[in-house]
Ligand binder design. Structure first.
Ligand code: ADE
Length: 316
C-alpha cells in the first residue's frame, strides 16, 4: 500500500493535522467509503475558529480499491481548485495512508444530498396534517419550480467548471449533488472522476474506458453502456437524467425498468423517458438533447447554462 501515496503528486499545503479534527455522526455511506460530520479547528477559510466540515474516509482500511478511489478523488479535488457549485476541498490527513487511513476534508453542506432533499419535501404544501402537527413545517418552504430551475442552472455551472478543468465526473446523479445554505447546489463525489489527457498525436481529447464494475446504469450514456466510453458528453447525458430527477422530485429514473439488459436494449432501440409533468417544455427539450445518441449532438454544459439563464430571465 506504500506505493499508493507515492503515486499522488500531493501538495503538502493541503495537509491538516489529525489532532485538530473531531469526528462526529455519519452523514452518508457508499460501497467503498463513508462520510462523517466533523469539527475542524483552524481549517482553510475559518481562521483559528471551529468549522463544521464533512470528512470522507474508507469503510475498511484493508480495502485497497477503496483507498485508491479516495486517493484519486483527493487528486481530482486538488486539481480542480475552488468553485461555488463544486464541493470544495478543505484539507486532508494523509500521514497514516500506509495503514489504509486517509481523511479527505470537504465543505459541509447542511441540507444533504439533492435526491433525499427532493423526496423529503414532496407534497409539503398539500399536507394539512403536517401543518397541524408540526409547527416547524411551516418554516420549511416547499420546493417551487423556480428552485428546481435554479438548481439545474447551478449544476450546469458546476459541470461547466469541471469540463473547463478537463475533468469528467462519471457519476453525476441527484444523489451526488449537495445543498448548502442559501439554495446553493454543489456537485460532489469525485470517486469516479477522471482527468482527461489531450492526445497530441491524434488531437483528440481522450475518451476514457473503464472496467465494467458497479456502474450507475440508469445515469449512463448509451456509449458508456455499450462501449464503456466516458467523456464530458456522457456527463451531459447524466445531467439530462438529473433534470428528470429534479422535476419528478427524486423519482428513480426509468420507472418499471431494472438496471439490466432490458433497459440497455430499450435505450439502444431509441427509448427515452418522457418529460415529467412538472417540467417546463424547455426542460423537456433539454432532456431530449442531452439524450441524443450521437455524443457530439448533445449540448455543451456552457450552452445548457446559457439556455437556462435565458429562461430564468424571461420568467422573472
Ligand atoms: N453527505 C455526503 N457529503 C456531505 C457533505 N459534504 N455535507 C453534508 N452531507 C454530506
Amino acid at each position: 500500500m506504500e506505493e499508493q501515496s507515492e503515486l499522488v503528486p500531493y501538495d503538502k499545503r493541503w495537509e491538516f493535522p489529525r489532532y485538530r479534527i473531531k469526528l462526529g455522526i455519519q452523514l452518508g455511506v457508499g460501497c467503498f467509503g463513508r462520510v462523517v460530520k466533523g469539527e475542524a479547528v483552524g481549517i482553510k477559510g475559518s481562521g483559528e475558529t471551529v468549522k463544521t466540515v464533512a470528512v470522507k474516509m474508507v469503510r475498511s482500511v484493508t480495502n485497497v480499491a477503496a483507498l485508491e478511489a479516495l486517493v484519486s478523488e483527493l487528486k481530482i479535488l486538488i486539481h480542480l481548485g475552488s468553485h461555488m457549485n463544486v464541493v470544495n476541498l478543505l484539507g486532508a490527513c494523509t500521514k497514516k495512508i500506509s495503514q489504509g487511513e486517509l481523511l479527505v476534508i470537504v465543505e459541509y453542506c447542511r441540507y444533504g444530498n439533492l435526491r433525499t432533499y427532493l423526496m423529503n419535501h414532496r407534497d409539503k404544501s398539500q399536507s394539512f396534517w403536517q401543518y397541524q402537527q408540526d409547527p416547524d413545517v411551516t418554516l420549511t418552504r416547499s420546493i417551487s419550480t423556480r428552485d428546481l430551475i435554479s438548481w439545474s442552472y447551478q449544476i450546469a455551472r458546476g459541470m461547466d467548471y469541471l469540463a473547463s478543468k478537463k475533468v469528467l465526473h462519471g457519476d453525476l446523479a441527484a444523489r451526488n449533488v449537495l445543498l448548502a445554505d442559501d439554495g446553493v447546489a454543489k456537485v460532489a463525489d469525485f470517486g469516479m472522476a477522471k482527468k482527461m489527457h489531450f492526445d497530441i498525436m491524434t488531437q483528440h481529447r481522450s475518451k476514457i474506458k473503464t472496467n465494467a464494475g458497479l456502474m450507475p446504469v440508469k445515469w449512463m450514456a448509451i456509449e458508456s453502456l455499450t462501449d464503456r466510453v466516458f467523456s464530458t458528453q456522457s456527463d451531459v447525458w447524466s445531467y439530462g437524467v438529473v433534470l428528470w430527477e429534479l422535476f419528478t422530485l427524486g423519482k428513480v429514473p426509468y420507472p418499471g425498468f431494472g438496471a439490466g439488459h432490458q433497459l440497455i436494449q430499450a435505450i439502444q432501440n431509441g427509448y427515452r423517458m418522457e418529460k415529467p409533468n412538472k417540467a417546463p417544455n424547455l426542460f423537456g427539450e433539454l432532456m431530449t438533447n442531452c439524450w441524443k445518441t450521437d455524443p457530439k449532438e448533445r449540448p455543451a454544459f456552457s450552452q445548457l447554462e446559457e439556455t437556462i439563464c435565458g429562461h430564468m430571465e424571461s420568467t422573472v
